[in-house]
Structure formats: C-alpha cells, structure tokens
Design a binder for this molecule. Structure first.
Ligand code: SF4
Length: 251
C-alpha cells in the first residue's frame, strides 16, 4: 500500500510516536518521489528514473515556509519539531545548503524554541557541503538498516551500488546523530543473527547518540515485505545496548 505524495513544500502538523507534533518540509517535487534509494518497504512506491525532476526553487520554499510558519505561529500551535523530510531524500535538492540556512532563520523568527531536524537516507552525508549543512541542524535522523553492503543492496537498493564505504565514512564523521534502523522480514530479512551482528558492529563504529528501531506499519505495494514482531525488535535493541552501551529505543 502506498501513501500519497506531499502536494506542496509545507505539510502538517503531523503527530508521530518519535517526534510528537511536527511540521514537515518537503524539498522534493510534488509529482514524483525522488530518492537515491529504492527501499523495499518505501511507502511512496518504487523509485522511477527518467522523468524530468522539478525541485521547488529556494525562493518558492521561502515563500511557502514563511506563510505556513506565520499562520501556525498565529495559532500558537505547540510544535515539537520542524522536520525536513517529504517525497524522498531532501539532501538531493541542488540548493540544499542555502535552504537549510534560510529555514533556520525563519525558524528563529517564528518558532525560536523549536528544533529543526532532518530525516535522511545517509547516502549523501559524505559530500562536504551536505555534511556542513546537516551539521547546522538541531537533529540528524539518519537511516541505517544494514551492517554490510550486501544487506544495504537487498533492503535499500541504492542507485549507486558502491555507496557503502562513503556512506559509512560520512556517518562516522557526522557527529551527534540519531540512527534510524528499520527491520523487515519476508523474502528479504535483516533480522537474522549474523545480519544483526554486522549491523551492531557498524553502529558501534559510527557511534550515534542513540538508535531508533522500528518496522513497517503496513505492507508496501510490491514485494513480500513483512513487519517484525516487537519482541524481536526489543531483543535486537537490548543486544545493541549490551554490546555498545548506545541508547536504543523501539518505536
Ligand atoms: S530512503 Fe526513504 S524515500 Fe527513499 S526509498 Fe527509502 S524509504 Fe523511500
């Protein structure tokens, strides 16, 4: 089952277990998912190549965000996070560094107490300009579902098949991050003993501040991806804590 794409730059407020009430910022087009991964479980469906991509321009993002923040500010909404996410991988926007600085300044004006964060698939965090822009944010929630290139290939299907060493190096250099790890079963399964051991080893190397473990809420449109029972997620989190002392939470 797929969910509809966001139709504009701003959306929400959304209520989520991980972030509470948040406002979303979508830097991707409204007519297609744009991502450097093609995760088996993606709720926006498959990553399609070949269609021309029209990112919203920075000026358009600024105009929409100003209007949205001003109206949410007037309503005195209790917002916990402003989250850059949307229809794919936000760091692929060609003006991402400029937009991060602009969003921070709008946040300072309308919601000075509210942190601004990002949900990223981690595949671009080794690029210097993306690393520097991510470092300006208050929260970096970075995807890591695998502990080896093979599992990354099976679960996340990156368009760049050789991304593993750069991605792990980028995550290692990016400080104060939260890793988000999604576990699935089915034809592809990243919950087996060996795969979890590799993942723990990789998490220990990256040294995040914490790890969020979760599974799919509903089956995706294609394939045979299944959710993982909570007891298994709790057991993986407990093993990670025992071996690394890194705080780990199941959602
Ligand atoms: S990284 Fe996110 S948007 Fe991209 S394919 Fe995976 S789940 Fe979908």
């Amino acid at each position: 089952m797929t969910i509809p794409l966001q139709t504009g730059v701003m959306y929400g407020p959304l209520e989520s277990r991980r972030f509470g009430k948040s406002l979303g910022v979508n830097l991707l087009p409204s007519d297609q998912k744009v991502c450097s991964f093609d995760c088996l479980y993606c709720q926006y469906g498959r990553t399609r190549l070949g269609k021309p991509v029209r990112f919203p321009e920075a000026a358009e993002v600024e105009e929409e965000a100003s209007r949205f923040f001003s109206s949410a500010g007037d309503r005195r909404e209790e917002i916990r996070w402003i989250m850059i996410a949307g229809n794919g991988e936000p760091t692929l926007h060609p003006e991402f560094p400029k937009i991060v600085r602009m969003l921070k300044s709008l946040r300072d004006r309308w919601f000075p107490q509210v942190p601004i964060g990002i949900l990223s698939n981690s595949a671009t965090c080794h690029w210097t300009d993306i690393h520097d822009s991510l470092s300006l944010l208050d929260g970096r929630f970075m995807k890591l579902d695998a502990g080896s290139p093979d599992v990354l290939g099976a679960v996340n299907q990156p368009l760049n098949k050789n991304i593993w060493p750069q991605m792990i190096g980028g995550l290692y250099r990016l400080r104060h991050i939260v890793l988000q790890s999604l576990f699935v079963r089915g034809d592809t399964d990243n919950t087996s003993e060996k795969i979890v051991e590799d993942w723990i080893h990789t998490v220990a190397y990256i040294r995040p501040e914490s790890v969020q473990l979760y599974t799919i809420d509903r089956p995706p449109a294609e394939g045979s991806v299944q959710s993982v029972e909570r007891t298994r997620l709790e057991a993986i989190a407990a093993r990670l804590r025992e071996k690394t002392q890194i705080p780990s939470f199941v959602f």
